[in-house]
Design a protein. Structure first.
Lengths: 229, 497
């Protein structure tokens, strides 16, 4: 995965590049806005991490120009500015996410992966533990063995995998189902929530041995994570 | 006068009421005197009349005097025992002829007494029977008698009357004048009192405006309908407030700028230490690196919290417009966002509210809910708990509350976020089953930089931030113990109308 890091602080950029490479990204570093624009024009990137206070050309300006040529490239703003105005300006200029410094690298990484998953949700395959899933063929495997999944079960698994490590609510699940071509219309909310319970239960059984776990989060919903040792 | 006792109202009342009292006293003295004078005049006229009448009864006869004083007239004169007329007819030098011997003599026997002209004076009558001397008013008249004009003799006719009646008259006159005057004075005092009160009311209002202020409230004072003098005072105070506000703003901006400037290098430090920690082989150096990393993490947290606190300052708050916020929804979002962090720490973080996902509740929670609602399951009304506020700040407060629980409740703890209506207010409660905070230091827990424990890597600003935000939304926060152990932090906010 190609990542562009536009950050003028050399020490931070150095560490970030290292950490991102260790996480499997291919990183290009731009120390100022002009270099960032040059690299964006010249190369293909999957995701951009953009500082707002860049020398030469400001981050917002870089973002605005980028959006004129590429509307879908995910951009995460990483900045020391955190006022409401700054956030609104960043998101209005077309940023997909906003993270303030200082930050925890795992947080940054999780957000980047979420952005990538969202941007490539239609085409890519996703893996977690011993579980892998292909959206194109609507199929999933545990340890290479094909799982038999109903359309609803697949949609549920897709949702869980796309938001892995984060809570998904029943409304989100029902929303995913209502857009399901094969799914039946949900008669009422009571039946719907019961159905969610049932499908979660089934999915849990099918995912045995995949080293992933569907956790119930009290009062909120469900969360897919790697099974803890 | 001690400065604390000095009161403008007291001063004004003193100087306005004192002249009235002086006036009243002067009036009393004057009218007493006047009454006395008029009473004397009346008495004197009567005495003169009596003297002349008596004198007419004394007829010279040869070289002596014939007094034709019928018994009946004498009786009439001496009839009233309380207001007796006393008389003496004598011929100088002291030859007593008729009447009471004890009458006081005229002040001084002049060399040539003014003949035919009455003299009036006050004296005392010595009683015969040892009673105290009684004050009397005396009229004295010198007359000449004797048929031979060459050898005329002088005769003194004195008539005295007790002064008691005169005194009584004067006193009654005094009372009759002073009574209405007193009422008038009291009435005027009341008017003056009310007038001073009304006049000073703007000062009191100004005082209340200044007194009732929070120390961080530096808005200008608005004094409507104030007199000119106060207006300029209020203006002076407002100018001062403006200057202070400018100063404070400058300092806050400096702190905020400084914190912002610190962010990038801190992020660098944190990332580098994180990286070094990941790359370093195990050994003593790794321990040091771990400490450096912990320090960097704490500094980063501190900077973030300082900026969060700065965002709760009135200047930044007034720039944002309050909107309707579904507190339950916000709480669910924030809790869901923090679940991954909780899982990392092996903490069971959950949500419990009227809009929570009932199927994700434990059976006991469901039963409890049904009991509270007094209705069967699945039928609980989903009425959102709505408040009016600034979403970003409320989110900040919520994050801090849960973050606090995550930091201090310890690994393996159970944390529950609850939202419900209680006594006409919206209530949000975060309960954990960690060590809790001893009751004695719960109040201090809201102070900035106070840390109840040196466990955890907090910076002591979390609860201060929550308190600031909650109070800015017209709510309050309370800490209490949870059963059987743990901490219960509840914030109560006014419901949206």
């Amino acid at each position: 995965m190609n990542l562009l890091l536009a950050e003028d602080d050399a020490i931070l950029a150095d560490a970030l590049c290292e950490q991102m490479r260790a996480s499997g990204f291919t990183v290009e570093h731009a120390p100022n806005g002009a270099v960032a624009q040059y690299l964006l024009a010249k190369q293909q990137f999957d995701v951009v991490v953009l500082d707002l206070g860049l020398p030469m050309v400001g981050g917002i300006e870089v973002l605005k120009q980028l959006r004129q040529t590429d509307a879908s490239l995910p951009v995460l703003i990483l900045t020391a500015l955190d006022s409401l105005e700054d956030r609104v300006a960043g998101l209005n200029a077309g940023a997909d996410d906003y993270l303030t410094k200082p930050f925890d690298f795992p947080e940054l990484e999780a957000r980047l992966r979420a952005l990538l998953r969202r941007s490539r949700a239609s085409k890519a395959s996703t893996e977690l533990g011993q579980l892998s899933m292909q959206r194109e063929t609507r199929s999933a495997q545990v340890r290479g063995e094909m799982l038999e999944l109903s359309p609803r079960e697949f949609d549920l698994l897709d949702l869980l995998l796309t938001h892995q490590g984060r809570v998904i609510t029943k409304e989100q699940i029902n929303q995913a189902w209502s857009g399901d071509r094969a799914g039946n219309a949900v008669s009422d909310s009571g039946a719907a929530t019961n159905a969610v319970e049932v499908y979660i239960h089934r999915l849990r059984r099918k995912l045995e041995g995949a080293q992933v776990a569907i956790r119930t989060v009290r009062g909120l919903g469900y969360l897919l994570e790697l099974e803890r040792a | 006068m001690a400065p604390s006792r000095f009161s403008l109202k007291r001063q004004l009342l003193l100087w306005l009421l004192l002249p009235q009292i002086v006036l009243w006293l002067a009036g009393a003295v004057f009218s007493y005197r006047l009454a006395g004078r008029y009473a004397n005049e009346a008495v004197d006229a009567a005495l003169l009349q009596a003297t002349r009448s008596l004198a007419r009864q004394v007829k010279p006869m040869g070289n002596g005097l014939l007094i034709d004083f019928p018994r009946a007239a004498q009786d009439v004169l001496e009839a009233d025992p309380s207001d007796k007329l006393l008389y003496t007819v004598s011929s100088p030098p002291g030859q007593f002829i008729l009447g009471n011997r004890n009458l006081p003599s005229p002040p001084a026997m002049p060399a040539s007494p003014p003949l035919g002209q009455a003299q009036f004076y006050d004296g005392e009558l010595d009683a015969d029977d040892g009673r105290p001397a009684a004050p009397v008013r005396v009229a004295a008249l010198y007359l000449q008698f004797g048929e031979n004009p060459k050898a005329q003799q002088t005769m003194l006719v004195q008539v005295a009357r007790s002064s008691a009646n005169r005194e009584l008259l004067a006193r009654r006159l005094l009372i009759d004048t002073m009574l209405p005057l007193s009422v008038l004075i009291v009435l005027m005092s009341m008017i003056v009192w009310a007038g001073v009160g009304a006049g000073l009311a703007p000062i009191m209002r100004l005082r209340r405006l200044v007194e009732g202020r929070k120390p961080n409230d530096l808005r200008p004072i608005e004094l409507d309908a104030a007199p000119q003098e106060l207006r300029s005072l209020a203006q002076a105070i407002n100018d001062l407030l403006e200057a202070v506000r400018h100063n404070v703003q400058g300092q806050r901006r400096f702190i905020s700028d400084a914190a912002h400037q610190l962010r990038t290098p801190l992020a660098g430090l944190k990332s580098q230490s994180e990286l070094a920690l990941a790359e370093a082989p195990p050994g003593p150096l790794t321990m040091r690196l771990a400490r450096v990393h912990e320090s960097a993490t704490r500094s980063a947290h501190l900077v973030n919290q300082l900026l969060a606190l700065a965002r709760t300052e009135p200047e930044s708050v007034t720039r944002q417009t309050p909107v309707r916020v579904d507190l339950g929804r916000l709480a669910r979002e924030v809790t869901a966002e923090l679940v991954p962090r909780a899982l990392q720490q092996n903490v069971d973080l959950g949500y419990d509210g009227p809009d929570g996902d009932p199927d994700c509740l434990s059976a006991s929670q469901l039963e409890e809910r049904a009991r509270e609602a007094g209705m069967p399951l699945d039928d609980a009304p989903e009425r959102p708990v709505e408040i009016v506020g600034i979403p970003l700040l409320l989110r900040e407060a919520l994050v801090n509350l849960v973050d606090n629980a995550l930091r201090y409740a310890g690994r393996g703890a159970r944390i529950t976020v609850q939202v419900h209506r209680a006594r006409g207010r919206a209530e949000l409660v975060v309960t954990d089953n960690g060590p809790g905070i001893p009751e004695a230091i719960r109040e201090q827990a809201f102070e900035r930089f106070f840390r109840g424990t040196h466990e955890g890597n907090g910076c002591g600003l979390g609860l201060a931030i929550v308190k600031e935000i909650v109070e800015r939304h017209g709510g309050h926060i309370a800490l209490s113990g949870a059963q059987p152990r743990g901490l219960r932090a509840s914030i109560s906010l006014p419901l949206a109308g």
